[in-house]
Ligand binder design. Structure first.
Ligand code: C5P
Length: 202
């Protein structure tokens, strides 16, 4: 393998987004948040498009839409992500991204298991559901959204179950992935740990 690939998987609000961004900056790698692909398809599906067609014809500019971070879109993303045809249409784009010169960080649910099984470094970033729901709740209310903590918690748990339980590319820790549990870790500590692991694999 000539390029350098970092695969970061884990459930929502465990810290993988921040960790991925910071790893990309620190090691000068390109970064793809693969959840955005499923969110973009989810948003198009909510707007009435057939999700399989939406995935087949997805254009990069669809990832810049401002409305992809809502709980409704997250839920729909998880639904369309369970469709093998949707996943199939998004596969080549992700693999090409991973292989680019200069290296890349991809974060999602199946990067270390399906998209980049040969990644140079694999991390699985997780935290217990209550901690993740608390973080997501703070993030959403910080953006001005009015939503109950209990509602966020049940959404987080429901999405975990969907992502872990689907037939095609379910979320799980690859055998050779290194686990980072951020339940009792602040984000700076988690980032430092991830940086240390990646540096050791350069
Ligand atoms: O990470 P994010 O919350 O943006 O992902 C939204 C949804 O997209 C996830 O709940 C999951 O169902 C799906 N997804 C996936 N595979 C990935 C990334 C995201 O199935 N690699």
């Amino acid at each position: 393998q000539t390029t350098f690939t970092v695969a970061i998987d884990g459930p929502a609000a465990a810290g993988k987004g921040t960790i991925s961004k910071r790893i990309a900056e620190r090691f000068d790698l390109a970064h793809l948040d693969t959840g955005l692909l499923y969110r973009a398809v989810g948003a198009l599906s909510l707007a009435g498009q057939d999700p399989i067609e939406a995935a087949r014809t997805l254009v990069p500019s669809a990832l810049d839409r401002e409305d992809l971070r809502t709980p409704q879109v997250a839920k729909e993303a998880s639904q369309v992500a369970a469709m093998p045809e949707v996943r199939g249409h998004l596969l080549a784009f992700q693999r090409d991204f991973a292989r680019q010169e200069g290296g890349a960080v991809l974060d999602g649910r199946d990067i270390g298991t399906v998209i980049c099984p040969d990644a140079n470094v694999k991390l699985f970033v997780t935290a217990n559901a209550e901690v993740r729901a608390k973080r997501r709740h703070a993030e959403l209310t910080g953006k001005g959204l009015k939503i109950d903590y209990e509602r966020v918690l049940s959404d987080v748990i429901a999405r975990d179950q969907l992502d872990e339980g689907r037939q095609d590319a379910p979320m799980f820790k690859a055998e050779d992935a290194i686990l980072i549990d951020t339940s009792e870790m602040d984000i700076e500590t988690a980032v430092a740990k991830a940086v240390e692991i990646v540096a050791a694999h350069l």
